[in-house]
Design a protein around this ligand. Structure first.
Ligand code: IDP
Ligand code: MG
Length: 140
């Protein structure tokens, strides 16, 4: 297995409930290192661009509105097999179907307001990281 980097976003529902530290503690306990991080508020254009892969889906407009509705914490996680391991820590997209002990099970409010985003492949991770971070902002 290789050391990978993945893009994580702590979504507006989670920042609103002051959960940044509790979510970051899960990453660190699982030996994922936070090698870049910033708190931002996306505007609607940025959210539309980030989620363009979903633009044909019925939930696209609502999702982008939600992601622009409040602060988010964007971060790069680094570790062995980081992309898949972060997806495991996150749990199923729908918190109702997520395994016990996952971030979405414990903190997610709905299939949309599910507290965290994580890249789903090496190709998406590379593209998503580049949406928010330049090379000198990522310090491993
Ligand atoms: P993922 O975040 O688990 O990779 P995706 O299918 O890539 O799930 O969907 C991106 C995001 O869109 C989800 O995290 C969630 O916030 C939202 N979403 C996905 N499916 C639905 C839905 O059926 N209704 C409303 N929002 C959805
Ligand atoms: Mg996805």
């Amino acid at each position: 297995m290789a050391v990978e980097r993945t893009l994580s976003i702590i979504k507006p529902d989670a920042t609103a409930r002051n959960l940044t530290g509790q979510i970051n503690a899960r990453f660190e306990a699982a030996e994922l290192r936070i090698v870049a991080q910033k708190r931002i508020r996306m505007n609607r254009e940025q959210a539309d661009m980030f989620y363009a892969v979903h633009k044909e889906r019925a939930f696209y407009g609502d999702l982008c509105e939600f992601m622009a509705s409040g602060p988010v914490v964007v971060q790069v996680l680094e570790g062995e097999d980081a992309i898949a391991r972060n997806r495991e820590l996150m749990g199923d997209t729908n918190p109702a179907n997520a395994d016990e002990g996952t971030i979405r099970k414990d903190f997610g409010e709905s299939i949309e307001a599910n507290s965290v985003h994580g890249s789903d492949s090496p190709e998406t991770a590379e593209w998503e990281i580049a949406c928010f971070f330049s090379r000198i902002e990522i310090i491993g």
